[in-house]
Design a protein around this ligand. Structure first.
Ligand code: TMP
Length: 207
């Protein structure tokens, strides 16, 4: 194990395959002897689970965009303070399903909130924690929505909204090419898995 931990974040539009690939990556790394923490936003803590329930509820009135932003940031502040931060301090490898890039893509690019302000507020929520690597799993929006087959509040958003989110993720990746790797998940599963492991190995200095 290293002297400091690493944070690797899996990102992408709905149905891009984040959860499946995160689990497979965690299993592969554990097999190589790494202490791996698997976690997710929103909902990676007990408080976060309650925030997630509010955010995903499609039976009541949707929160206003700034309310929605603050709920995601409250979830992140709790997650960083009680889960991600302590794991990194113990030198562990944290694999997180969504993190700050989702907030920039969904609330910034998708909802149209001022990106500069969203970045500033997110900086407060993440308390200096930064992903070492962002694996952006990319696929066409319609393919992902079909694959996900869910019916929560976000899955009911228009295709146009999800297109803005996807374009946002890709813009973030272009802005920080050293931190992001973009992987096309329309490719066969095994090939995607191999590309992810190669990117993670580079990040961990294993090759
Ligand atoms: P999940 O389906 O990957 O669990 O994510 C839940 C939803 O929350 C998903 O539609 C993306 C959305 N989301 C945001 O809008 N902003 C955020 O900051 C995060 C972490 C997720």
């Amino acid at each position: 194990m290293t002297d400091r931990g690493r944070l690797i974040v899996f990102e992408g539009v709905e149905g891009a395959g984040k959860s499946t690939h995160l689990q497979r990556t965690a299993a592969a790394l554990r097999a190589r002897g790494w202490a791996v923490v698997e976690t997710a936003e929103p909902g990676g803590t007990a408080v976060g689970q309650r925030i997630r329930a509010l955010l995903m509820d499609n039976t009541s009135v949707a929160p206003a965009p700034w309310t929605e932003l603050f709920l995601y940031l409250a979830d992140r502040a709790e997650h960083v303070a009680t889960c991600v931060g302590p794991a990194l301090a113990r030198g562990e490898l944290v694999l997180c399903d969504r993190f700050s890039p989702s907030t920039l893509a969904y609330q910034g690019y998708g909802r149209g909130l001022d990106l500069r302000l969203v970045r500033q507020l997110d900086e407060i929520a993440r308390q200096g924690v930064q992903p070492d690597l962002v694996i952006l799993l990319d696929c066409p929006v319609e393919v992902g929505l079909e694959r996900a087959g869910r019916d929560d509040r976000f899955h009911r958003e228009s295709v146009a909204f999800h297109e803005k989110v996807r374009a946002g993720f890709l813009a973030l990746a272009r802005e920080a090419p050293n931190r992001f790797v973009v992987i096309d998940t329309c490719a066969p599963l095994e090939g995607v898995h191999d590309q992810i492991l190669a990117a993670v190995s580079r990040c961990l200095g294993l090759d």
